[in-house]
Ligand binder design. Structure first.
Ligand code: NAD
Length: 290
């Protein structure tokens, strides 16, 4: 397939490289990032998009996505598919669907989970919103870049799934970290805490797959000095997106709101910037009540 790939950063770079390695003709564009192996360079975003059957974007946020899309959409051939894999606000995702459809394009919002490791290994999970036809066109590319792709529904459904999932993740990570810190003060060994909770009703991915306590449970960023992994900054971004979506939909999300505020403090007022999001555990360890 002829693919245009715009945004070749930490995630987009390895995703584009995997598509090229699988034999697709990939033309890439980024303002800064180097060209991945096997990817041909384009002079602009519009140039990367011009002859593509599928254009994939992997960009920092909704405002940048809208600016890039305004350039790319007029350059694309009618019937081609524009697939945005960035994590952006639901409103920008819906805008993209409308702007693309008005130009005769198929559009998908298809954010990912799995992080930089998953992008490099081709094991991402894609959650996609858009038409059946657009999903069917891009499905073989999802197979190359990922292990699983779920067609979640119509416009914006992929972003909705992503931010709901990450709201649960932020809340459960905080709950797991504060419980470990409480267990410390109650004299309960961390290994015993893990042995019980990982097989009891307090269990979640945050403890069984990504345990925030070093030396306990599976290997995780906690065993690597809390180097990300999944940075607290990115968790804050996703929690803010879920709060913006909740405000827009008049949904009551008190735990999500508190998680967003705690990660905001951690990243902006404390030492959380650039650390893994599970570094909430050393944060709670060092704190007292009140
Ligand atoms: P990144 O900053 O490494 O990459 C973004 C790239 O976009 C950069 O290389 C930047 O130069 C490029 N860019 C910005 N404006 C541009 C423009 N106008 N034209 C062309 N290129 C432009 O970020 P990333 O970690 O690759 O994340 C990309 C997206 O994936 C984000 O929306 C992020 O939330 C999401 N995401 C990231 C992870 C992760 O673990 N890093 C996991 C899941 C989802």
């Amino acid at each position: 397939m002829k693919i245009g790939f715009i945004g070749l950063g930490n995630m987009g770079g390895p995703m584009a490289a995997n598509l090229a390695r699988a034999g697709h003709a990939v033309r890439g564009f980024d303002l800064r990032a180097p060209l991945p192996e096997g990817v041909a360079g384009a002079a602009s975003a519009a140039d990367a998009a011009a002859e593509a059957e599928v254009v994939i974007t992997m960009l920092p946020d909704g405002a940048i996505l809208r600016a890039v899309a305004a350039e790319v959409i007029p350059a694309m051939a009618r019937g081609a598919v524009l697939c945005d894999c960035s994590t952006v606000d639901v409103a920008s995702a819906r805008w993209l669907h409308e702007a693309g459809a008005a130009a005769g394009l198929g559009v998908l919002d298809a954010p990912v989970s799995g992080g930089v490791g998953g992008a490099a290994a081709g094991t991402l999970t894609f959650m996609a919103g858009g038409t059946e036809a657009a999903f069917a066109t891009v499905a073989p590319l999802f197979e190359v870049m990922g292990r699983k792709a779920v067609h979640c529904g119509g416009a914006g459904a992929g972003q909705a799934a992503k931010i709901c999932n990450n709201m649960i993740l932020g809340v459960t990570m905080i709950a797991t970290c504060e419980a470990f810190a409480l267990a410390d003060r109650l004299g309960l060994a961390r290994q015993k805490m893990f042995d019980v909770v990982s097989t009891s009703s307090g269990q979640s991915w945050s403890i069984t797959a990504y345990c925030p306590a070093p030396g306990v449970g599976p290997q995780s960023p906690a065993d690597n000095g809390y180097r990300p992994g999944f940075a607290a900054d990115l968790m804050l971004k996703d929690l803010r997106l879920s709060q913006a979506a909740a405000a827009g939909a008049d949904a009551d999300t008190p735990m999500g709101a508190l998680a967003a505020e705690l990660y905001r403090r951690f990243v902006e007022d404390e030492d959380g910037a650039g650390r893994d999001f599970s570094a909430m555990l050393p944060r709670f360890e060092g704190r007292s009540r009140g």
